[in-house]
Design a binder for this molecule. Structure first.
Ligand SMILES: *Cc1c(COP(=O)(O)O)cnc(C)c1O
Length: 365
């Protein structure tokens, strides 16, 4: 059995050593010492002035959208080629998602299709660095500036990626990272928001703790989205091993590339200029190949190998959005085509090269 992913963990001794302090302090959550330590480490690692930690990436995204105080009914231009979380975070804030098509080469939001979607109700752009492929941030920023729109990046896949040596955490008005168990860097469940605006620090920290500002003061109608000490301790351990994690993934990806890159009808992702990848996913698009995506998915499953139709369906085709005026993948033909033909193959640090060969042999045969 080979699963599509497998969480990387420190040794049990390393984790036990990290959480030992908690038996002395009896401080398990609510921005304790581990939380503050991980936050400081991530501010250094990502090279941004502010990181606010969350119990998961989704609530981080919901909170940062809420913190921007957009008028209800405002429109947010986004991609349908993403995980449910991105679109749900917009809608759960009382905003309307407007779906923009993606580029055929890296599957990120296509800035050339963005401007015609802007109306007097548009308040923000919410692109996704999908698979860790970075969006065309310069083009998006210039459009956002011209129309006075906020840009919030879903950077859930992009932790550990750099462009010309810098992390993507500084792009736009804010970026959300996910530290879910299935991501390149995990805190079991977890997430963070990064941003430059000093005034957002207090707002986000209050919002993730019921909106409580002080013992006798509640400033916002907030929820509860705090990262616990056990999650932060896992993050402190895993951060020590991040570069090893990424280089092990790189070896797996290089093997896949050498096995599959010369086969006609199989489209792999090309490296982006100046970008150092985190090797988070290995998406393959079967376009004109002798077998369809669904046939290969089924063949792999027969042999105990789980690949993922990631991302299919488009979020704009979800049942829960069927009554939305903006629903339906027909308005985003590139995204629809990619969603119908893409498969992400198993990829994790300890996936053996023999297993990669086995997976590639099944695909070839
Ligand atoms: C994982 C993911 C999220 C949500 O993160 P969680 O930490 O699982 O809540 C959001 N967007 C994308 C694109 C993701 O892959």
């Amino acid at each position: 059995m080979i699963n599509v992913t497998r969480s990387s963990m420190p040794t049990i001794e390393e984790y036990m050593n990290e959480i030992k302090d908690l038996w002395d302090s009896h401080w398990l959550t609510n921005m304790g010492a581990k939380h503050r330590e991980l936050q400081a480490q991530l501010e250094g690692f990502l090279g941004v002035p502010h990181v606010v930690l969350y119990t998961n990436g989704h609530l981080a995204l919901e909170n940062v959208i809420a913190a921007m105080n957009f008028p209800r009914g405002g429109e947010v231009i986004t991609t349908p080629f993403t995980f449910a979380s991105t679109t749900h975070a917009i809608v759960r804030n009382g905003l309307t998602p407007i779906f923009c098509d993606i580029r055929a080469d890296d599957y990120t939001l296509d800035p050339d299709k963005l401007e015609p979607l802007i109306t007097d109700k548009t308040v923000a752009i919410l692109p996704v660095h999908v698979y860790g492929h970075l969006c065309d941030v310069d083009a998006i920023e210039s459009i956002a500036k011209k129309h006075n729109l906020k840009v919030i990046y879903d950077a859930a896949h992009a932790f550990g990626v750099t462009k010309n040596g810098a992390s993507p955490a500084g792009f736009g008005d804010a970026s959300m990272f996910s530290f879910h168990a299935t991501k390149v860097f995990n805190t079991i469940e977890g997430g963070a928001v990064c941003f430059a605006d000093d005034s957002m620090v207090q707002v986000l920290n209050d919002m993730k703790n019921f909106g409580i500002r002080g013992p006798e003061d509640c400033a916002y109608i907030g929820g509860n989205a705090k990262m616990s000490e056990f999650q932060a301790a896992m993050g402190i351990c895993n951060l020590r091993h991040l570069s090893e994690e990424i280089s092990k993934r790189q070896k797996v990806v290089e093997r896949y590339n050498s096995e599959l890159s010369s086969i006609s009808g199989i489209k792999l992702s090309a490296p982006q200029d100046g970008v150092k990848s985190n090797y988070a996913y290995f998406p393959v698009v079967f376009d004109g190949y002798k077998y369809t995506r669904d046939e290969i998915f089924a063949k792999l499953a027969e042999q105990g190998i789980t690949a993922r139709k990631y991302f299919y369906p488009l979020t704009s085709d979800f049942e829960c959005y069927k009554d939305f005026p903006t629903a339906g993948g027909d308005k985003t033909p590139v995204a629809k085509h990619v969603a119908a033909n893409v498969l992400t193959l198993p990829l994790y640090a300890d996936l053996s090269l023999e297993d990669v060969d086995r997976i590639c042999d099944i695909i070839k045969k």
